[in-house]
Design a protein around this ligand. Sequence first.
Ligand code: B4P
Length: 190
Amino acid sequence: MLNLVLFGPPGAGKGTQSQKLIEKYQLVHLSTGDILRGEISQGTVLGLEAKKLMDDGKLVPDEVVIGMISNKLDTNPDAKGFIFDGFPRTVAQAEALDNLLQSKGKQISGMIALKVAEDELEKRLLLRGKESGRADDANPEIIRKRIAEYNAKTTPVANYYQEQGKLQTINGIGSIDDIFNNICKVIATY
Ligand code: B4P
């Protein structure tokens, strides 16, 4: 079973690469960002709460996203594997994910981290903001706040997987296909 954590700062290409990976390896895509945006568009109570935090560039509380992932794992018992995209974003989320998988006799195969410089991230997100109207991509100040949240709360997650010998880092600048091929080379080593 292939259970992959795709890691990187906002705009690194996690969502973009996930789309290609789910097709090639027939994995279930679990993007906490997409699930949260789904809740927002349905106008649920959870969505209304999450929207305030997301529009302000802040992380949604751990217990909310852990509950969402737990539900998705339960509703896909026959999956060939999962891509975790944008999750875990804190060490508490990483520990909860390990416990959830362990209780089902599963584990993370590896984490692939996409490395992209901050000025490039800002450029990509502002461009997507113009095209998609996503509120959290429209404002350079909010983008910088998301990157600061990532540096403070999310980068320790890479150390967590490194200590387990499961971290591989890839250059996230270049053509989408070249980056994809480099990710596939890492997966081939699992
Ligand atoms: P997410 O939806 O996870 O979004 P993201 O970090 O902005 O990046 P994404 O992965 O979608 O973008 P990509 O790099 O593919 O999070 C949004 C918010 O949700 C968070 O700020 C937080 O509030 C909340 N949230 C989500 N998960 C959470 C959790 N676990 N805990 C707490 N809160 C959580 O692509 C960006 C752009 O770059 C695209 O336009 C793409 O076309 C472009 N691009 C990609 N690859 C490229 C390349 N190689 N060259 C040029 N452009 C490229």
